[in-house]
Design a protein around this ligand. Structure first.
Ligand code: SF4
Length: 233
């Protein structure tokens, strides 16, 4: 039986603070729970509550009336693809109502992506260096995920800390290049007690990573989080 309930932390309107569509007005649906646990994660402590499909749709339509138009409905988390069945119901309804959809994902659950991709317009996927997340390596899952995402507008975000292993970074760039060297790779300084862009040493390291990346890929950028700079939600 299809699950029509998802744990949602918040539904709100704001600027997109990350990635290639930074600055656009997006309507965010933040799902609780994730399939992994990154060392630096600042989202997992946000509690959620059970929402059925109708409640999520009503909240989206109401926010669109109050604060729209929004460029995209952005599904974020946590990891939205944990709720594969829910998304298979929600996404077609959003498309039917004329919304464009933007999926923010850790880029691991490729089977779930395959099931929902037809209703997604933009895929904002992470590639996770295990030297930064202190998690397992997801190299092969990321490879499968990127191959599936490619027919859509897609970019990759990589959160980088001073602990990043340069060999691992290069291997991840090579993997991306083997799938498609023109997918934008956005390097984001990790933020813990302070926003990463304020750490001069880390920003110097990101410059070095960008040079390595540009030896393999055609588009490697360094991008901090806009919503943290502007101090908005
Ligand atoms: S993938 Fe994202 S939501 Fe999940 S633990 Fe890592 S940073 Fe947090």
């Amino acid at each position: 039986m299809t699950t029509q309930i998802a744990s949602v932390s918040e539904i709100f309107s704001s600027l997109q603070g990350e990635g290639t569509r930074m600055g656009e007005r997006h309507l965010f649906v933040r799902f609780e729970k994730c399939n992994i646990h990154c060392d630096y994660c600042d989202e997992l402590e946000k509690p959620g509550s059970d929402f059925d499909l109708e409640s999520v749709l009503e909240s989206i339509l109401s926010l669109e009336r109050q604060k729209g138009p929004h460029s995209y409905v952005s599904l974020t988390g946590g990891e939205p693809l944990v709720y594969r069945s829910f998304l298979k119901s929600l996404l077609p309804q959003l498309k039917q109502k004329g919304f464009k959809t933007y999926l923010e994902t850790n880029g691991i659950l490729w089977q779930a992506l395959r099931d929902v991709l037809e209703w997604v317009d933009v895929v904002a996927m992470d590639v996770k260096p295990s030297s930064v997340t202190k998690e397992a390596s997801y190299m092969e899952s990321h490879r499968a995920f990127l191959k599936i995402a490619l027919p859509k507008e897609v970019f990759i975000k990589m959160v980088c800390s001073k602990e990043i292993d340069l060999g691992e970074f290069k291997d991840l760039c090579l993997m991306i290049g083997q799938v498609c060297r023109d997918v934008p790779l956005l390097l984001q300084p990790v933020s813990t007690t302070v926003e990463g862009f304020q750490d001069a040493e880390l920003m110097t390291l990101l410059g070095e990573l960008q040079s390595i990346g540009l030896g393999i890929l055609s588009d490697v950028r360094i991008v901090p989080r806009l919503h943290k700079i502007l101090n908005i939600r």
